[in-house]
Write a protein that binds this ligand. Sequence first.
Ligand code: DLL
Length: 445
Amino acid sequence: MNTVTALSTGAAPFQPESAPDYLPAAILRELQLGRLRSIVERAWSAVPLHRSRMKERGIEPGDLQSLEDIAALPFTTKADLRDTYPFGLFASPMRDIVRLHASSGTTGKPIVVAYTREDVDVWTSVMVRSFATCGLHAGDIVQNAYGYGLFTGGLGAHYGAEGLGATVIPISGGNTDRQIMVMKDFKVTAICCTPSYFLHLLDRAAQMEVNVAELPLRVGVFGAEPWTDSLRRHIEAAAGIKAYDIYGLTEITGPGVGIECVCQAGLHIFEDHFYPEIIDPDTGRLVAEGEEGELVLTTLSKQAMPMIRYRTRDITAFVPGSCPCGRTLRRIRRISRRSDDMFIIRGVNVFPSQVETALLAVEGMLPHYQIILTREAGLDQLEVQVEVTPPVASDRVAALESLHNKLAHALSQTLGLRVKVRLVAPQTLKRSEGKAQRVLDRRNA
Ligand code: DLL
Protein backbone atom coordinates (compact mmCIF):
# COMPACT_ATOMS: atom_id res chain seq x y z
CA MET A 1 0.00 0.00 0.00
CA ASN A 2 1.48 3.40 -0.91
CA THR A 3 1.39 6.46 1.38
CA VAL A 4 -1.60 7.99 -0.37
CA THR A 5 -3.73 4.87 -0.01
CA ALA A 6 -2.55 4.35 3.53
CA LEU A 7 -3.62 7.83 4.51
CA SER A 8 -6.95 7.88 2.77
CA THR A 9 -8.90 6.70 5.82
CA GLY A 10 -9.48 3.14 4.68
CA ALA A 11 -12.90 3.22 3.06
CA ALA A 12 -12.41 6.39 0.97
CA PRO A 13 -11.87 5.49 -2.69
CA PHE A 14 -9.75 7.79 -4.86
CA GLN A 15 -11.94 10.60 -6.15
CA PRO A 16 -11.17 11.23 -9.87
CA GLU A 17 -11.80 14.99 -9.45
CA SER A 18 -8.81 15.00 -7.09
CA ALA A 19 -6.23 14.17 -9.79
CA PRO A 20 -4.97 17.80 -10.01
CA ASP A 21 -4.06 17.57 -6.29
CA TYR A 22 -1.12 15.36 -7.25
CA LEU A 23 0.33 17.15 -10.33
CA PRO A 24 4.12 17.36 -10.48
CA ALA A 25 5.10 20.91 -9.46
CA ALA A 26 6.50 21.86 -12.88
CA ILE A 27 3.29 20.88 -14.66
CA LEU A 28 1.17 22.67 -12.09
CA ARG A 29 3.23 25.87 -12.54
CA GLU A 30 2.84 25.66 -16.31
CA LEU A 31 -0.92 25.24 -15.95
CA GLN A 32 -1.07 28.19 -13.56
CA LEU A 33 0.86 30.45 -15.90
CA GLY A 34 -1.40 29.63 -18.85
CA ARG A 35 -4.52 30.28 -16.76
CA LEU A 36 -3.08 33.43 -15.22
CA ARG A 37 -2.37 34.88 -18.65
CA SER A 38 -5.87 34.28 -19.92
CA ILE A 39 -7.59 35.52 -16.77
CA VAL A 40 -5.54 38.73 -16.75
CA GLU A 41 -6.39 39.20 -20.43
CA ARG A 42 -10.07 38.76 -19.55
CA ALA A 43 -9.90 41.21 -16.64
CA TRP A 44 -8.13 43.74 -18.88
CA SER A 45 -10.61 43.53 -21.70
CA ALA A 46 -13.85 43.29 -19.66
CA VAL A 47 -13.33 45.23 -16.41
CA PRO A 48 -12.47 48.94 -16.64
CA LEU A 49 -11.09 49.08 -13.08
CA HIS A 50 -8.56 46.29 -13.73
CA ARG A 51 -7.53 47.80 -17.05
CA SER A 52 -7.00 51.30 -15.66
CA ARG A 53 -5.03 49.96 -12.67
CA MET A 54 -2.76 47.98 -15.00
CA LYS A 55 -2.31 50.99 -17.27
CA GLU A 56 -1.36 53.15 -14.27
CA ARG A 57 1.42 50.64 -13.57
CA GLY A 58 2.44 50.55 -17.22
CA ILE A 59 1.71 46.84 -17.52
CA GLU A 60 -0.26 44.91 -20.13
CA PRO A 61 -1.42 41.27 -20.06
CA GLY A 62 1.22 40.31 -22.66
CA ASP A 63 3.98 41.31 -20.20
CA LEU A 64 3.34 38.22 -18.06
CA GLN A 65 6.18 35.89 -19.04
CA SER A 66 6.51 33.91 -15.82
CA LEU A 67 4.50 33.34 -12.64
CA GLU A 68 6.86 35.66 -10.75
CA ASP A 69 5.68 38.53 -12.99
CA ILE A 70 2.38 38.46 -11.08
CA ALA A 71 4.14 40.71 -8.53
CA ALA A 72 3.92 43.55 -11.04
CA LEU A 73 0.13 43.42 -11.11
CA PRO A 74 -1.89 45.77 -8.91
CA PHE A 75 -3.76 44.52 -5.83
CA THR A 76 -7.56 44.44 -5.60
CA THR A 77 -9.19 45.25 -2.25
CA LYS A 78 -12.58 45.14 -0.57
CA ALA A 79 -12.77 48.91 -1.10
CA ASP A 80 -12.72 48.25 -4.86
CA LEU A 81 -15.78 46.03 -4.48
CA ARG A 82 -17.49 48.71 -2.42
CA ASP A 83 -16.65 51.47 -4.91
CA THR A 84 -17.94 49.49 -7.88
CA TYR A 85 -21.06 48.21 -6.05
CA PRO A 86 -23.02 46.26 -7.12
CA PHE A 87 -21.84 44.88 -10.48
CA GLY A 88 -18.81 47.00 -11.47
CA LEU A 89 -16.23 44.17 -11.36
CA PHE A 90 -18.28 41.70 -13.42
CA ALA A 91 -16.53 40.48 -16.55
CA SER A 92 -19.56 38.68 -17.99
CA PRO A 93 -22.91 40.04 -19.17
CA MET A 94 -25.83 39.26 -16.84
CA ARG A 95 -27.25 36.69 -19.28
CA ASP A 96 -24.16 34.51 -18.66
CA ILE A 97 -24.36 34.88 -14.90
CA VAL A 98 -26.29 32.09 -13.21
CA ARG A 99 -25.75 33.02 -9.55
CA LEU A 100 -25.07 35.99 -7.27
CA HIS A 101 -23.83 35.77 -3.69
CA ALA A 102 -23.00 38.55 -1.23
CA SER A 103 -21.09 39.17 1.96
CA SER A 104 -20.58 42.07 4.37
CA GLY A 105 -19.01 45.24 3.08
CA THR A 106 -17.42 47.78 5.36
CA THR A 107 -20.54 49.98 5.48
CA GLY A 108 -24.27 49.38 5.04
CA LYS A 109 -23.94 47.77 1.59
CA PRO A 110 -22.76 44.23 0.98
CA ILE A 111 -20.21 43.19 -1.61
CA VAL A 112 -21.67 41.22 -4.50
CA VAL A 113 -20.06 38.40 -6.48
CA ALA A 114 -21.12 36.58 -9.64
CA TYR A 115 -20.72 33.10 -11.15
CA THR A 116 -21.18 31.77 -14.66
CA ARG A 117 -22.27 28.15 -15.11
CA GLU A 118 -18.60 27.25 -15.56
CA ASP A 119 -17.70 29.10 -12.32
CA VAL A 120 -20.32 27.14 -10.38
CA ASP A 121 -18.87 23.93 -11.86
CA VAL A 122 -15.34 24.86 -10.79
CA TRP A 123 -16.59 25.77 -7.32
CA THR A 124 -18.40 22.43 -7.10
CA SER A 125 -15.26 20.58 -8.18
CA VAL A 126 -13.05 22.27 -5.57
CA MET A 127 -15.66 21.44 -2.93
CA VAL A 128 -15.76 17.81 -4.10
CA ARG A 129 -11.97 17.76 -3.80
CA SER A 130 -12.21 19.43 -0.38
CA PHE A 131 -14.49 16.75 0.98
CA ALA A 132 -12.43 13.97 -0.60
CA THR A 133 -9.29 15.53 0.93
CA CYS A 134 -10.64 15.07 4.43
CA GLY A 135 -11.81 11.53 3.80
CA LEU A 136 -15.50 11.90 2.86
CA HIS A 137 -16.96 9.78 0.07
CA ALA A 138 -20.15 8.50 -1.55
CA GLY A 139 -22.18 6.85 1.15
CA ASP A 140 -21.50 9.55 3.75
CA ILE A 141 -24.54 11.33 5.16
CA VAL A 142 -23.69 15.01 5.37
CA GLN A 143 -25.58 17.40 7.63
CA ASN A 144 -25.00 20.79 6.06
CA ALA A 145 -25.56 23.32 8.83
CA TYR A 146 -23.89 26.23 7.03
CA GLY A 147 -26.46 28.92 6.26
CA TYR A 148 -28.17 28.73 2.87
CA GLY A 149 -28.77 32.03 1.11
CA LEU A 150 -26.48 34.86 0.08
CA PHE A 151 -23.76 33.38 2.32
CA THR A 152 -21.61 31.00 0.25
CA GLY A 153 -21.25 28.34 2.97
CA GLY A 154 -24.59 26.57 2.50
CA LEU A 155 -24.76 26.22 -1.28
CA GLY A 156 -21.01 25.71 -1.63
CA ALA A 157 -20.98 22.72 0.72
CA HIS A 158 -24.27 21.48 -0.71
CA TYR A 159 -23.08 21.25 -4.32
CA GLY A 160 -19.77 19.78 -3.21
CA ALA A 161 -21.29 17.03 -1.08
CA GLU A 162 -23.80 16.15 -3.81
CA GLY A 163 -21.02 16.18 -6.42
CA LEU A 164 -19.09 13.74 -4.26
CA GLY A 165 -22.06 11.40 -4.32
CA ALA A 166 -22.77 11.78 -0.60
CA THR A 167 -26.28 12.20 0.81
CA VAL A 168 -26.89 15.83 1.76
CA ILE A 169 -29.22 17.03 4.48
CA PRO A 170 -29.74 20.73 3.65
CA ILE A 171 -30.73 21.70 7.17
CA SER A 172 -28.98 25.13 7.13
CA GLY A 173 -28.07 26.90 10.39
CA GLY A 174 -30.11 27.27 13.58
CA ASN A 175 -32.85 25.25 15.27
CA THR A 176 -30.35 23.37 17.38
CA ASP A 177 -32.70 20.82 18.92
CA ARG A 178 -33.83 19.73 15.48
CA GLN A 179 -30.17 19.50 14.33
CA ILE A 180 -29.48 17.07 17.16
CA MET A 181 -32.55 14.99 16.42
CA VAL A 182 -31.57 14.78 12.74
CA MET A 183 -27.94 13.95 13.52
CA LYS A 184 -29.10 11.05 15.65
CA ASP A 185 -32.11 9.74 13.71
CA PHE A 186 -30.64 10.11 10.18
CA LYS A 187 -27.35 8.49 11.22
CA VAL A 188 -25.31 11.46 10.06
CA THR A 189 -21.62 10.67 9.42
CA ALA A 190 -20.32 14.18 8.62
CA ILE A 191 -21.30 17.70 9.59
CA CYS A 192 -20.45 21.07 8.07
CA CYS A 193 -20.81 24.23 10.15
CA THR A 194 -18.78 26.87 11.95
CA PRO A 195 -16.67 25.48 14.81
CA SER A 196 -18.46 27.75 17.28
CA TYR A 197 -21.85 26.43 16.20
CA PHE A 198 -20.62 22.86 16.62
CA LEU A 199 -19.56 23.69 20.18
CA HIS A 200 -23.04 24.99 20.82
CA LEU A 201 -24.50 21.79 19.33
CA LEU A 202 -22.34 19.73 21.69
CA ASP A 203 -23.50 21.72 24.72
CA ARG A 204 -27.13 21.40 23.75
CA ALA A 205 -26.75 17.70 22.97
CA ALA A 206 -25.35 17.15 26.47
CA GLN A 207 -28.38 18.93 27.95
CA MET A 208 -30.63 16.70 25.85
CA GLU A 209 -28.67 13.70 27.11
CA VAL A 210 -27.46 12.80 23.63
CA ASN A 211 -23.87 11.56 23.61
CA VAL A 212 -22.53 12.68 20.23
CA ALA A 213 -19.45 10.46 20.67
CA GLU A 214 -21.72 7.43 20.50
CA LEU A 215 -23.39 8.50 17.22
CA PRO A 216 -22.10 7.46 13.75
CA LEU A 217 -20.74 11.00 13.23
CA ARG A 218 -17.04 10.72 12.26
CA VAL A 219 -16.00 13.95 10.48
CA GLY A 220 -16.61 17.68 10.98
CA VAL A 221 -15.75 20.19 8.25
CA PHE A 222 -15.43 23.46 10.09
CA GLY A 223 -14.61 26.95 8.82
CA ALA A 224 -15.84 30.45 8.04
CA GLU A 225 -14.21 31.80 11.22
CA PRO A 226 -10.85 31.51 12.97
CA TRP A 227 -10.37 28.63 15.43
CA THR A 228 -7.39 26.99 17.04
CA ASP A 229 -5.69 23.63 17.31
CA SER A 230 -6.68 23.45 20.98
CA LEU A 231 -10.32 23.86 20.02
CA ARG A 232 -9.84 21.08 17.45
CA ARG A 233 -8.50 18.77 20.15
CA HIS A 234 -11.39 19.66 22.44
CA ILE A 235 -13.97 18.98 19.69
CA GLU A 236 -12.33 15.75 18.58
CA ALA A 237 -12.23 14.41 22.12
CA ALA A 238 -15.73 15.53 23.06
CA ALA A 239 -17.47 14.35 19.89
CA GLY A 240 -15.30 11.37 18.95
CA ILE A 241 -14.76 12.75 15.43
CA LYS A 242 -12.00 14.09 13.18
CA ALA A 243 -12.30 17.87 12.77
CA TYR A 244 -10.94 19.56 9.63
CA ASP A 245 -10.38 23.21 8.84
CA ILE A 246 -11.85 24.52 5.56
CA TYR A 247 -11.09 27.99 4.24
CA GLY A 248 -12.58 30.28 1.65
CA LEU A 249 -14.06 33.68 1.02
CA THR A 250 -16.92 35.07 -1.03
CA GLU A 251 -14.70 37.33 -3.14
CA ILE A 252 -12.68 34.37 -4.43
CA THR A 253 -15.49 31.78 -4.72
CA GLY A 254 -16.72 30.78 -1.23
CA PRO A 255 -15.60 27.72 0.78
CA GLY A 256 -13.19 25.41 -1.05
CA VAL A 257 -10.15 27.64 -1.54
CA GLY A 258 -8.26 25.30 0.75
CA ILE A 259 -8.72 22.52 3.30
CA GLU A 260 -6.74 20.22 5.57
CA CYS A 261 -6.03 16.66 4.54
CA VAL A 262 -6.02 13.74 6.98
CA CYS A 263 -2.50 14.74 8.12
CA GLN A 264 -3.99 17.94 9.63
CA ALA A 265 -0.76 19.77 8.96
CA GLY A 266 -1.88 22.91 7.14
CA LEU A 267 -4.53 23.65 4.52
CA HIS A 268 -3.83 22.61 0.93
CA ILE A 269 -4.75 25.41 -1.49
CA PHE A 270 -6.39 24.31 -4.74
CA GLU A 271 -3.64 26.05 -6.63
CA ASP A 272 -4.83 25.10 -10.08
CA HIS A 273 -7.71 27.58 -9.51
CA PHE A 274 -6.40 29.97 -6.84
CA TYR A 275 -2.89 31.39 -6.94
CA PRO A 276 -1.68 32.21 -3.42
CA GLU A 277 0.95 34.77 -2.35
CA ILE A 278 1.83 35.93 1.15
CA ILE A 279 2.83 39.55 1.55
CA ASP A 280 3.90 41.94 4.25
CA PRO A 281 0.65 43.90 4.80
CA ASP A 282 2.57 47.14 5.26
CA THR A 283 4.96 47.04 2.32
CA GLY A 284 3.01 44.81 -0.06
CA ARG A 285 6.17 42.77 -0.73
CA LEU A 286 6.33 38.98 -0.63
CA VAL A 287 7.54 37.63 2.71
CA ALA A 288 10.24 34.96 2.89
CA GLU A 289 9.00 31.35 2.59
CA GLY A 290 7.51 30.20 5.90
CA GLU A 291 7.10 33.73 7.29
CA GLU A 292 3.77 35.08 8.38
CA GLY A 293 1.92 37.68 6.32
CA GLU A 294 -1.30 38.52 4.51
CA LEU A 295 -2.70 36.02 2.06
CA VAL A 296 -3.27 37.41 -1.44
CA LEU A 297 -5.25 35.33 -3.91
CA THR A 298 -5.69 35.47 -7.67
CA THR A 299 -8.48 33.45 -9.27
CA LEU A 300 -7.06 31.51 -12.19
CA SER A 301 -10.28 30.39 -13.81
CA LYS A 302 -13.15 32.58 -12.61
CA GLN A 303 -15.02 33.96 -15.60
CA ALA A 304 -17.79 36.18 -14.19
CA MET A 305 -15.55 38.01 -11.75
CA PRO A 306 -11.83 37.47 -12.03
CA MET A 307 -9.96 38.64 -8.94
CA ILE A 308 -6.44 39.86 -9.46
CA ARG A 309 -4.18 39.75 -6.38
CA TYR A 310 -7.06 40.12 -3.93
CA ARG A 311 -5.92 41.21 -0.49
CA THR A 312 -7.78 38.85 1.83
CA ARG A 313 -6.57 40.54 5.06
CA ASP A 314 -6.18 37.02 6.46
CA ILE A 315 -2.86 36.36 8.20
CA THR A 316 -1.11 33.05 7.61
CA ALA A 317 2.17 31.51 6.38
CA PHE A 318 3.12 28.83 3.86
CA VAL A 319 3.96 25.48 5.44
CA PRO A 320 7.38 24.52 4.06
CA GLY A 321 8.12 21.08 2.62
CA SER A 322 5.90 18.43 1.15
CA CYS A 323 2.91 16.76 2.79
CA PRO A 324 3.00 13.03 3.59
CA CYS A 325 -0.44 12.69 1.97
CA GLY A 326 1.23 12.99 -1.43
CA ARG A 327 -0.62 16.09 -2.59
CA THR A 328 1.69 18.55 -4.32
CA LEU A 329 -0.56 21.52 -3.54
CA ARG A 330 1.09 24.05 -1.25
CA ARG A 331 -0.23 24.39 2.28
CA ILE A 332 -0.95 27.38 4.49
CA ARG A 333 -1.17 27.44 8.28
CA ARG A 334 -4.59 28.02 9.82
CA ILE A 335 -5.69 31.64 9.54
CA SER A 336 -4.67 33.10 12.89
CA ARG A 337 -6.20 36.56 12.63
CA ARG A 338 -6.94 39.43 10.26
CA SER A 339 -4.96 42.54 9.43
CA ASP A 340 -8.09 44.71 9.57
CA ASP A 341 -10.80 45.21 12.18
CA MET A 342 -13.32 42.72 10.80
CA PHE A 343 -14.60 40.16 13.30
CA ILE A 344 -16.78 37.12 12.77
CA ILE A 345 -19.88 36.29 14.82
CA ARG A 346 -21.61 32.98 14.20
CA GLY A 347 -19.95 32.87 10.78
CA VAL A 348 -21.17 36.36 9.83
CA ASN A 349 -18.52 38.96 9.02
CA VAL A 350 -18.91 42.25 10.83
CA PHE A 351 -17.00 45.51 10.50
CA PRO A 352 -17.24 48.10 13.30
CA SER A 353 -17.85 50.68 10.57
CA GLN A 354 -21.12 48.91 9.63
CA VAL A 355 -22.30 49.28 13.22
CA GLU A 356 -21.34 52.96 13.19
CA THR A 357 -23.14 53.65 9.91
CA ALA A 358 -26.31 51.93 11.13
CA LEU A 359 -26.43 53.60 14.53
CA LEU A 360 -25.70 57.09 13.29
CA ALA A 361 -28.62 56.79 10.89
CA VAL A 362 -30.93 56.64 13.93
CA GLU A 363 -31.77 60.01 15.43
CA GLY A 364 -30.86 60.50 19.09
CA MET A 365 -27.64 58.44 19.03
CA LEU A 366 -24.21 59.83 19.79
CA PRO A 367 -21.09 58.57 18.01
CA HIS A 368 -19.86 57.03 21.26
CA TYR A 369 -20.35 53.31 21.19
CA GLN A 370 -18.76 50.08 22.21
CA ILE A 371 -19.13 46.62 20.69
CA ILE A 372 -18.90 43.78 23.19
CA LEU A 373 -18.46 40.18 22.09
CA THR A 374 -19.26 37.40 24.54
CA ARG A 375 -19.96 33.68 24.41
CA GLU A 376 -23.05 32.28 26.07
CA ALA A 377 -23.67 28.53 26.06
CA GLY A 378 -21.10 28.17 23.30
CA LEU A 379 -22.79 30.78 21.07
CA ASP A 380 -21.25 34.14 20.20
CA GLN A 381 -23.25 37.20 21.20
CA LEU A 382 -22.84 40.76 20.03
CA GLU A 383 -23.88 43.68 22.20
CA VAL A 384 -23.74 47.31 21.16
CA GLN A 385 -23.71 49.90 23.90
CA VAL A 386 -24.38 53.40 22.65
CA GLU A 387 -24.76 56.79 24.26
CA VAL A 388 -27.93 58.72 23.52
CA THR A 389 -28.25 62.52 23.30
CA PRO A 390 -29.19 64.40 26.52
CA PRO A 391 -32.79 65.13 25.39
CA VAL A 392 -33.30 61.45 24.63
CA ALA A 393 -31.74 60.44 27.95
CA SER A 394 -34.33 62.50 29.82
CA ASP A 395 -37.19 61.14 27.70
CA ARG A 396 -40.01 58.93 28.92
CA VAL A 397 -39.35 55.21 29.34
CA ALA A 398 -41.75 54.37 26.50
CA ALA A 399 -39.85 56.67 24.10
CA LEU A 400 -36.55 55.09 25.10
CA GLU A 401 -37.95 51.66 24.56
CA SER A 402 -39.16 52.47 21.09
CA LEU A 403 -35.76 53.97 20.24
CA HIS A 404 -34.07 50.86 21.58
CA ASN A 405 -36.20 48.66 19.34
CA LYS A 406 -35.61 50.90 16.33
CA LEU A 407 -31.85 50.68 16.77
CA ALA A 408 -31.88 46.93 17.40
CA HIS A 409 -33.88 46.51 14.19
CA ALA A 410 -31.58 48.80 12.16
CA LEU A 411 -28.49 46.94 13.39
CA SER A 412 -29.87 43.49 12.72
CA GLN A 413 -30.97 44.58 9.24
CA THR A 414 -27.51 45.91 8.41
CA LEU A 415 -25.50 43.10 9.94
CA GLY A 416 -27.80 40.18 9.24
CA LEU A 417 -27.53 39.13 12.90
CA ARG A 418 -29.52 39.45 16.08
CA VAL A 419 -27.84 42.15 18.17
CA LYS A 420 -28.33 43.13 21.81
CA VAL A 421 -28.54 46.88 22.30
CA ARG A 422 -27.98 48.88 25.46
CA LEU A 423 -28.70 52.61 25.44
CA VAL A 424 -26.58 54.44 27.97
CA ALA A 425 -26.52 58.04 29.26
CA PRO A 426 -24.18 60.60 27.68
CA GLN A 427 -20.59 60.46 29.00
CA THR A 428 -20.93 56.88 30.28
CA LEU A 429 -18.55 55.05 27.97
CA LYS A 430 -14.83 55.29 28.50
CA ARG A 431 -13.19 57.74 26.09
CA SER A 432 -10.02 56.68 24.39
CA GLU A 433 -6.79 58.61 24.46
CA GLY A 434 -5.55 57.20 21.20
CA LYS A 435 -7.20 54.81 18.80
CA ALA A 436 -10.73 54.09 19.97
CA GLN A 437 -11.05 50.49 21.03
CA ARG A 438 -14.46 49.87 19.56
CA VAL A 439 -14.51 46.12 20.05
CA LEU A 440 -14.14 44.33 23.39
CA ASP A 441 -13.75 40.65 22.64
CA ARG A 442 -14.59 38.68 25.79
CA ARG A 443 -15.35 35.42 24.00
CA ASN A 444 -12.36 33.64 25.44
CA ALA A 445 -12.41 35.35 28.81
O1 DLL B 1 -16.82 32.36 5.26
C1 DLL B 1 -16.74 31.12 3.20
C2 DLL B 1 -16.71 29.85 3.97
C3 DLL B 1 -17.89 29.19 4.24
C4 DLL B 1 -15.49 29.30 4.36
C5 DLL B 1 -17.87 28.01 4.91
C6 DLL B 1 -15.46 28.10 5.04
C7 DLL B 1 -16.65 27.43 5.32
P1 DLL B 1 -17.04 34.96 3.83
O2 DLL B 1 -18.34 35.09 4.55
O3 DLL B 1 -16.80 35.85 2.66
O4 DLL B 1 -16.85 33.51 3.29
O5 DLL B 1 -15.89 35.18 4.90
C8 DLL B 1 -14.55 35.06 4.51
O6 DLL B 1 -13.98 34.41 6.76
O7 DLL B 1 -11.61 36.13 4.72
C9 DLL B 1 -11.65 34.77 6.77
O8 DLL B 1 -11.41 35.97 7.48
C10 DLL B 1 -12.80 34.02 7.44
N1 DLL B 1 -12.62 32.57 7.30
C11 DLL B 1 -13.19 31.74 6.41
N2 DLL B 1 -12.78 30.46 6.64
C12 DLL B 1 -11.91 30.51 7.69
C13 DLL B 1 -11.13 29.55 8.40
C14 DLL B 1 -16.81 32.38 4.04
N3 DLL B 1 -11.18 28.25 8.11
C15 DLL B 1 -13.65 35.32 5.70
N4 DLL B 1 -10.33 30.00 9.40
C16 DLL B 1 -12.21 35.04 5.38
C17 DLL B 1 -10.28 31.31 9.72
C18 DLL B 1 -11.81 31.87 8.10
N5 DLL B 1 -11.00 32.25 9.10
